[in-house]
Design a protein around this ligand. Structure first.
Ligand SMILES: Nc1ncnc2c1ncn2[C@@H]1O[C@H](COP(=O)(O)OP(=O)(O)OP(=O)(O)O)[C@@H](O)[C@H]1O
Ligand SMILES: [Mg+2]
Length: 330
């Protein structure tokens, strides 16, 4: 079952005449009237229960897409269905099933953490008893319970962000939209947020996530769409996206004592050897054959292996290559 269906979705921002040729947007996304084609005929489906990553460089169109999906912004063209409901025409019904943490959002600063949650709960029509129960659970889970009566203007950025997530979860949403939820957070706050995203997803909540943190995307997302200049240029699982740019397989190997590069190069299954810090990167065709051969060779050389691991491309490398390739093809 699909939680989200997006078809031929576009958004063009109309800029005031005097902004023509300058100001917002890149040249590529600006048409002759100076309008910005922020999202350009994109389509994708998010399955129920999926964590779907939406990645792209600054200005790619991620926030614009999320704002259209959450009923904040009217699309110029195309369709968005959230559990079968039109995101623009059925705004209220859609808001009942989604939780949203927008980019650069704020809590109500003159309210305490507790008051913020009570307010949101009331807005969503959650009963008083249930509001209290949910707020207590969420504040404890997000490590904010001790600070529940402090006004949020005194919260740090990490605390604010965690409270925003609590607010988004007060209505028990079926889909959670998160626009850069870990941006600017310390390791500890980011870790809590990652754990909770996973936890809610395991309970069946569909997650739509934008992030510039490739580790977060790699760890959490079932599938990832990469958007650039308003167009989707790649959509697959993190592993497949990494494989797309993998030109060869490699093993990184570290020894305790002197094995020569030339000797490894002579092995039949080895294509090339590169020197890396304290070891070698061995370019190969078949992991199994080469590991067996390397281990045998090292035993015979009376050397000791300190460490051996297969080298896999990082999502960040793949992301950069895909964006670069996309730009060359334009
Ligand atoms: N309200 C607006 N009016 C005019 N142009 C806008 C508006 N909001 C965004 N844009 C432009 O639309 C394009 C897409 O912006 P958007 O905020 O969707 O990008 P993003 O992928 O979220 O970027 P970031 O990673 O920096 O958050 C950019 O060229 C931006 O300048
Ligand atoms: Mg954005």
């Amino acid at each position: 079952m699909n939680a989200i269906v997006v078809e031929n979705l576009s958004k063009q921002y109309t800029l005031p005449k005097r902004s023509k040729g300058g100001g917002m947007g890149t040249k590529k996304t600006q048409n002759t009237q100076g309008n910005v084609q922020a999202v350009d005929s994109i389509g994708f489906k998010v399955k129920k229960g999926e964590i779907f990553g939406f990645l792209g460089p600054n200005g790619a169109g991620k926030t614009t897409t999320i704002r259209m999906m959450t009923g904040v912004l009217k699309p110029t063209a195309g369709k968005i269905k959230i559990f079968g409901l039109d995101a623009w025409k059925n705004q209220i019904a859609v808001k009942q099933v989604i939780g949203n943490v927008p980019e650069m959002a704020n809590t109500y600063l003159s309210f305490s953490g507790w008051q913020n949650l009570m307010f949101i709960g009331e807005l969503y029509g959650v009963s008083k008893e249930e509001r209290i129960k949910r707020a207590e659970n969420l504040l404890k889970r997000f490590d904010l319970y001790e600070k529940r009566d402090v006004k949020t203007k005194k919260y740090s950025k990490g605390m604010q962000q965690r409270l925003l997530l609590c607010m988004a979860l007060m209505s028990n949403p079926k889909i959670l939209f998160l626009d850069e939820p870990t941006s600017g957070l310390d390791v500890q706050s980011a870790k809590i947020i990652k754990q909770i995203i996973r936890e809610y997803n395991e309970r069946g909540v569909t997650i739509f996530l934008t992030t510039h943190d490739m580790e977060v995307a790699n760890e959490l997302c079932h599938r990832i769409a990469i958007i650039n200049h308003g167009k989707i240029i790649s959509l697959d699982t993190p592993d497949n996206i990494k494989r797309l740019i993998q030109e060869h397989q490699a093993i990184d190997i570290y020894f305790t004592n002197g094995v020569k590069r030339q000797d490894i190069e002579k092995l039949p299954t080895v294509k090339e050897v590169q020197e890396i810090k304290n070891g070698f990167r061995v370019i190969i065709e078949n992991i199994h054959d080469s590991i067996c051969e390397l281990v045998e060779f090292i035993k015979e050389s009376n050397a000791t292996i300190k460490n051996l691991n297969t080298h896999e491309p990082k999502l960040e490398e793949a992301f950069l290559k895909i964006i670069e390739r996309g730009s060359k093809n334009e």
